[in-house]
Design a protein around this ligand. Structure first.
Ligand SMILES: [Zn+2]
Length: 391
């Protein structure tokens, strides 16, 4: 299908290139235009420019350039048709009726979002209305998670039943096949039977950037294993390209111009309770390159606050290298040994945490500190080893 030049002109007029690109690249004013780190090649000094006057972008590093449609095609890997559609939707421009082309995939995704939303509501009901839900509330209290966080993050409880959620969603008109695709039920060992994936677990819904539920994390209430299980990859959930709570953090990240990255759900919940809203969790041990690309859309500065234990230290180092390679400024919040951000905030408070932020370590300082505690600086041998590894 072809679009008339009037229509394209109309969309371009309604979608300012600076607004659109700002959603993907952290732009700063530079002369008459804007500058930022190029999303199409790795760089440390911004050579990616956007001109509001010409409504064009251009990168002096890799030569990439064009108008707002070209940007979206390149960045989101869209066809011209899809880029036009996306901007038309954003700007409220009506496209010629094209019902047939309405993507089957879009409809399937939409149904998945709705299904996830229903499941999240169901889990929340179980938290507030069942006896078992009470022990979960006690757990929240013990971990310092307050009621407004429970509300905001839509925390819930999956009852210890084999098929409570399955039955609930079947009644809402979803098929077994859809529930499997959503990653919330699986085939049982008994032929023809299905069981809920999350049973007797605390539920943390996972949101995308627009705040829609795309998956779930489930934590046990005791010490049994596995401690956490997560939704599998689905049509709407790709674990490695999502950061937990980024949807809530966006605004504060832009305001403060940095993001605090923590390891898990509880760290996020507690940290934002202390008014550090610019926080998100990688939900794995180390950051992935896709997560880093996502971060670059909002800021060029990242503070890592992983658990201060050996696993956390290793994850920090791996993440740091990737972040530096991607051209971001990275620092490490140096928590006392065996603390995670949540413990620290609850025991010491917000002010000492702010102090840690201000005294955060650069990459070199952090590596030096780890090596010093590994080899010791008292002996000559220790010093030699440290010097060898740091350079
Ligand atoms: Zn470039």
């Amino acid at each position: 299908m072809r679009f008339s030049s009037d229509l394209l002109e109309d969309i371009r007029n309604r979608c300012d290139i600076v607004d659109i690109i700002s959603e993907y690249v952290h732009l700063k004013t530079a002369g008459k235009g804007f500058k930022g780190l190029c999303p199409f090649h790795g760089e440390k000094t911004p050579s990616f420019t956007v001109s509001p006057e010409k409504q064009l972008f251009h990168c002096f590093g890799c030569g990439e350039g064009g108008n707002v449609f070209n940007f979206l095609m390149k960045y989101e890997k869209l066809s011209f048709f899809e880029a036009v559609k996306m901007l038309a939707k954003k700007s409220g421009t009506l496209l010629p009726a094209d019902e047939e082309k309405e993507n089957f995939l879009d409809r399937e995704k939409e149904r998945l979002y709705k299904l996830n939303n229903l499941a999240a509501n169901y889990y929340r009901e179980c938290l507030s209305r069942t006896d078992q839900g009470k022990k979960v509330k006690n757990y929240f209290k013990k971990r310092g998670i307050n009621d407004s966080s429970v509300e905001k993050y839509r925390l819930g409880y999956a009852p210890s039943s084999w098929d409570a959620l399955t039955n609930f969603l079947k009644k809402k008109g979803y098929s077994y096949e859809e529930l499997i695709k959503a990653g919330i039920i699986k085939k049982s060992k008994i032929e023809g039977n299905y069981i809920d994936c999350f049973r007797d677990r605390i539920i943390f819904p996972i949101f995308n950037l627009s705040g829609r539920v795309i998956g779930f994390g489930g934590r046990v209430l005791d010490n049994s294993l596995p401690k956490y299980i997560n939704s599998p990859e689905t049509l709407v959930y790709n674990k490695g390209s999502n950061l937990y709570s980024l949807n809530f953090a966006k605004e504060d990240i832009r305001k403060k111009n940095y993001l605090i990255v923590v390891e898990g759900y509880t760290d996020v919940l507690v940290t934002q309770q202390y008014e550090f809203h610019n926080v998100a969790a990688s939900l794995g041990t180390a950051l992935t390159t896709k997560q880093i690309d996502l971060i670059k859309r909002f800021t060029d500065t990242v503070l890592i606050a992983y658990d201060a234990d050996s696993a956390g230290n290793m994850a920090t180092l791996r993440s740091l290298d990737l972040l530096v390679k991607a051209g971001l400024n990275v620092k490490v919040i140096d928590l006392p040994q065996d603390y995670d951000p949540a413990d620290f905030l609850i025991k010491k408070g917000g002010k000492p945490f702010q102090d840690l932020i201000e005294r955060s370590f650069s990459l070199v300082d952090y590596k030096l500190k780890l090596l010093c505690s590994k080899y010791g600086i008292k002996s000559i041998e220790g010093k030699v080893k440290i010097i060898k590894e740091i350079i």
